[in-house]
Ligand binder design. Structure first.
Ligand code: NAD
Length: 250
C-alpha cells in the first residue's frame, strides 16, 4: 500500500506484539528493517526468513547496545536512517502504595532513557536521510488511570519529547510523531504482576470502557506506522496519533 522500497528502518521491541507487526509491515512494503530486542529466538521468529529483516539481540537500556545499533546504521545502512521506531516498552501495574523505586527505574530506563539514548545516537543518520522518528506513546498519556502512574508518567514524557523534537527538527527536514495506542492485544498484558484471574477481570473492565467494545490488534498500529512513514504523511509532524477504538475520546 505504501512503497518503502530501500528505506532503512529500525524497530525496537521487534520481537513481539506491536514491534513485530510494524517490522513485518515495513518489510512487506520493501523497507530494510533492523529489529532489536533482548531475545534472539523471538527476533528470528519475527524475521521468519524474510531477507528484508535483520536483527540485533540486546538490551537497549545498555548504552553499549545503543552504540552497537548506531554503528550498524553507519556501516550497513550507509549512515542514513529513514525511520526510527522507538517501540520497546514495559508497563508496571501498581498503585503508589505498592510501587518501589526499582519499578520506577525499570519503567523509565526503558520507556524514556533508552528512547532518548537511541534517538540521540542515531540522529545524525536520521537528519542525513531527512527521516522520521516514530515514538510509541499510549492513550494513557492523556487519560490517566489508577495503577499506571509509572507507565503514564513515562509515556507523558514520550509524548512531550515528540512535540518538542518535532519543533526543533522540522527545519532539518526530520518529522517526529508518536502513536498513542489504546488497549492492544499483545504480551504486554501478560507480564503484569497480577494473577491470571485478576488479569482477566482487568482486561474485561478495560474492554467495557472502549467505545468499540474490544481490544485492537498489533496490525492496527502497524497500519498507522506505515502511513506515518509514507510520503502521504509528509506534512504530519509533532502529532500524537490515537489508535484506540475511541478510548481516548472521553
Ligand atoms: P510487548 O511486550 O509484546 O512488546 C515489548 C517489546 O519490547 C518486546 O519485544 C520486548 O522484548 C521489548 N523489550 C522489553 N524490554 C526491552 C529492553 N530492555 N531492550 C530491548 N527490548 C526490550 O508489548 P507491546 O504491546 O507490543 O508494546 C509495544 C509498545 O506499545 C510499548 O512501548 C508499549 O508501552 C506500547 N503500548 C502498548 C499498548 C497495548 O495495549 N499493548 C498500549 C499502549 C502502548
Amino acid at each position: 500500500m505504501y512503497d518503502m522500497t530501500n528505506k532503512t528502518t529500525i524497530v525496537t521491541g521487534g520481537g513481539s506484539g506491536i514491534g513485530r507487526a510494524i517490522a513485518r509491515r515495513y518489510a512487506s512494503e520493501g523497507a530494510r528493517v533492523l529489529i532489536v530486542a533482548r531475545h534472539e529466538s523471538s527476533l528470528k521468529e519475527t524475521a521468519d526468513g524474510n531477507p528484508n529483516i535483520t536483527w540485533l539481540a540486546g538490551d537497549i537500556t545498555d548504552d553499549a547496545v545503543v552504540e552497537e545499533i548506531g554503528r550498524y546504521v553507519e556501516k550497513e545502512f550507509g549512515g542514513k536512517l529513514d525511520v526510527l521506531v522507538n517501540n520497546a516498552g514495559w508497563c508496571p501495574v501498581q498503585q503508589i502504595t505498592e510501587i518501589t523505586v526499582q519499578d520506577y527505574d525499570k519503567a523509565f530506563s526503558l520507556d524514556v532513557r533508552a528512547l532518548v539514548a537511541l534517538t540521540v545516537r542515531t540522529l545524525p543518520c536520521i537528519i542525513a536521510a531527512k527521516g522520521m522518528i516514530l515514538n510509541m506513546s499510549s492513550v494513557g498519556a492523556d487519560h490517566p488511570a489508577a495503577g499506571l502512574s509509572m507507565y503514564i508518567g513515562a509515556k507523558s514524557a514520550v509524548s512531550q519529547f515528540t512535540r518538542v523534537w518535532a519543533i526543533e527538527l522540522a527545519s532539518k527536514g526530520v518529522r517526529v510523531n508518536a502513536i498513542a495506542p489504546g488497549a492492544i492485544e499483545t504480551n504486554i498484558w501478560n507480564v503484569t504482576n497480577m494473577d491470571k484471574e485478576a488479569e482477566r477481570r482487568h482486561k474485561e473492565n478495560i474492554a467495557r470502557s472502549i467505545p468499540m467494545g474490544r481490544f485492537g490488534s498489533a496490525d492496527d498500529i502497524a497500519s498507522m506506522a506505515a502511513f506515518l512513514a509514507s510520503d502521504q504523511a509528509s506534512y504530519i509532524t509533532g502529532a500524537i496519533m490515537p489508535v484506540d477504538g475511541g478510548q481516548g475520546a472521553f
